[in-house]
Design a protein around this ligand. Sequence first.
Ligand code: AP5
Ligand code: MG
Length: 217
Amino acid sequence: MRIVLVGPPGAGKGTQAAFLAKNLSIPHISTGDLFRANISQGTELGKQAKAFMDAGNLVPDEVTIGMAKDRMEQPDAVNGFLLDGFPRNVSQAEALDVALKADEVKLDAVLDLEVPEDEVVKRIAGRRICRKDSAHVFHVSYNQPKQEGVCDVCGGELYQREDDSEDTVRKRLEVYHTQTEPIIDYYRAQGLVRTISALGKVDEVTARAMDALKRDK
Ligand code: AP5
Ligand code: MG
């Protein structure tokens, strides 16, 4: 399957993607995680992305689209993928359509995670991620690691993301409403959108998501 996951910052996209990708045997491709890996490795791409991310703005399309396409062309993504955080504006969605058409494949679904803003704020405030791999995500109260400050998956140090400060989160939410939400209408016109509530326990949301993906519409 080829799936796009969409939802505001802190909705639980990364958390759900880990389970959905495993259940569906497809790779989880997160542009945010790819940027963070580039930043921690000190690459040129990471240097270009960092200032935009720290300010809560989108990284320019010229950088982002090429990086996402390169990742989608890796052998593990030939039969499907779960995109998390890409596309993030209508021009990225159009670029994705062009790339898929060239490969004679199509998206199967766009899973839209709905969460009220006050819940998003609580989720982001308590989030801790792993220094070694930002796809390993925890929360100080909702999803506690077995040992405080230590990643259950790989033993890495847990820390708070630089862009999770109150001011930057406010900016990221504004960017989500103005630039990212319009892709939901773009995909609705293609009959691809399945909206679910992302409230409740992590496994309850995963079950809801799997049901929605099995539905025809
Ligand atoms: P990105 O990393 O994609 O951030 P985001 O979209 O803002 O989303 P988050 O990762 O903050 O939230 P999430 O929905 O994954 O939630 P999570 O599962 O962690 O992007 C970061 C930046 O990179 C952007 O601002 C931009 O600068 C740049 N960028 C990335 N892609 C780009 C693109 N395509 N174009 C341009 N720029 C791009 O969960 C949050 C917390 O809640 C965790 O602590 C978790 O444990 C907890 N939680 C999860 N589910 C539940 C639940 N059901 N109940 C209680 N707690 C829960
Ligand atoms: Mg994420």
